[in-house]
Write a protein that binds this ligand. Structure first.
Ligand code: DLL
Length: 432
């Protein structure tokens, strides 16, 4: 088994915690000294950097949310002089200004090594040809992944997004062996490759997919369709970008790199969740220079997997993300995650890979979920009776998993929009 940074990946738990504490103290000190937002927050709580004596003291620190980044737009949370910032990225929110993040030269180094660590972990080697089919620009998935590929020495193919047929042509001509893109775009690439009957001309062996939630069913489908092993990749711009947590070859949970992040999972009352209990992932950066963030609320819902990993890496593992705290639909009082819907839909062979959930508040203020799904070509017989049967089958399965009824709309294949970016799987029409 190969490691990129065995010193950190295999560090004993007590050594790791010692390193975390040293880095936490340093981060808090730098944030307090250089970022007015953190000084104000900490002064208001009557706490200073000298009060951080153990890792548990993190609970006394102020929290950070996306709104704080917006309020300090664009560079207000930077902790270094402008001269030391060598790059910015940004992510577009749904409302208002984008959130901006900055990097020192050392931050780019740290991030590249973190990405290289992820790729080596899933078995990428210098001999691989690695196509990065995501947007190169403000999105961190472009340059972030690119630098990681170059760092570990595979051949980077920056195909970016657009023109799916050309993407596949490059894949064939260059003998691409590793693909990185969003899972929804991977499904579209697979669908197109299948339609063009070129799957057996591809040399792909590994897929790294992330930037949006996806399901184990989608993994199975992609692995079969493209003849690959597919790995889940998690990250967010506020914590460098991609690379924060990544599956190892066990394909059972994502190692979150605890030498770079102090990890909490909190419930609605901001209390630590019990092992196995889902909650919001809250991260404190331990190595970021340009923009350290303390107790950043990611909005992403997951839980800790407690078992030691057979791969030998010490950093704890997170369960595949269940969705976003704010993406979670509360329908008639029941919590529904889009990932649960995806799991059910993907397990039904007559249904295609794309879906869109529409939630609306109808008569008497009752919420209704309707889900647009595409039929596969094979399932389309033209018989109305057959359609009715499929519809009922999907509705029944969903009801048994979600505990709430939903209405299925069967639509023509290709009518749900495909995107190379993050797919919009939920449309909430309720004015809540
Ligand atoms: O999406 C960084 C990234 C790029 C990750 C490429 C993986 C691959 P943002 O645009 O800032 O950064 O969006 C971050 O995307 O808070 C999650 O809600 C969601 N997300 C990212 N990866 C996953 C994943 C990049 N594997 C936001 N599963 C995060 C579920 C994910 N959600």
């Amino acid at each position: 088994m190969a490691f990129w940074q065995p010193k950190f990946e295999l560090m004993k738990r007590d050594e790791l915690e010692e390193l975390q504490l040293r880095r936490l103290k340093d981060t808090v000190e730098r944030a307090y000294r250089n970022v007015p937002f953190y000084k104000e927050q900490m002064d208001a709580r009557g706490i200073g950097p000298q009060d951080i004596k153990t890792l548990a003291d993190v609970l006394r620190l102020p929290t950070t949310r996306k709104v704080n980044l917006r309020e300090n737009y664009p560079f207000g949370l930077f902790a270094v002089p402008r001269d030391d910032v060598v790059r910015v990225h940004a992510s577009s929110g749904t409302t208002g200004k984008p959130t901006v993040v900055g990097y020192t030269r050392q931050d780019i180094e740290t991030w590249s090594d973190m990405m290289a660590r992820d790729f080596v972990m899933v078995g990428v080697t210098k001999q691989d040809v690695f196509q990065n089919a995501v947007n190169y620009g403000f999105f961190t998935g472009g340059l972030g992944v690119h630098y990681g590929i170059e760092r570990m020495g595979a051949m980077a193919v920056p195909s970016a997004t657009g023109n799916t047929e050309r993407q596949l042509e490059i894949m064939m001509d260059f003998g691409v062996t590793v693909l990185h893109c969003t899972p929804s775009y991977a499904l579209y690439l697979a669908e197109t490759a299948k339609a063009k009957r070129i799957v057996d001309k591809l040399k792909l062996r590994i897929g790294c997919f992330g930037a949006e939630p996806w399901s184990d069913e989608a993994r199975k489908e992609l692995e079969e369709a493209l003849n690959i092993k597919a790995y889940d990749s998690y990250g967010l711009s506020e914590m460098f970008g991609p690379g924060v947590a990544f599956e190892c070859q066990e394909q059972n949970g994502l190692h979150i790199w605890e030498d770079h992040f102090l990890v909490e999972i909190l419930d609605k009352d901001e209390q630590p969740c019990a092992p196995g209990e889902p909650g919001e992932l809250v991260l404190t950066s331990l190595t970021k220079e340009a923009m350290p963030l303390i107790r950043y609320h990611t909005g992403d819902v997951t839980y800790f997997l407690e078992d030691e990993c057979p791969c030998g890496r010490v950093s704890r593992k997170l369960h595949r993300f269940l969705g976003r705290a704010d993406d979670m639909l509360v329908v008639r009082g029941i919590n529904v995650f889009p990932s649960q819907i995806e799991d059910v839909l993907m397990s039904i062979p007559e249904i295609g890979d794309y879906f869109q959930v529409i939630v609306d508040r109808k008569r008497h203020g009752l919420d209704e979920i309707s889900i647009k799904v595409e039929l596969t070509d094979e399932a389309f017989t033209g018989e109305l009776g057959d359609l009715g049967k499929i519809q009922k089958k999907v509705e029944d399965r969903l009801k048994s998993v979600l505990n709430v009824r939903s209405k299925i709309d069967l639509v023509e294949k290709g009518s749900i929009p495909r995107t190379a970016g993050k797919a919009q799987k939920i449309v909430d029409l309720r004015k809540l």
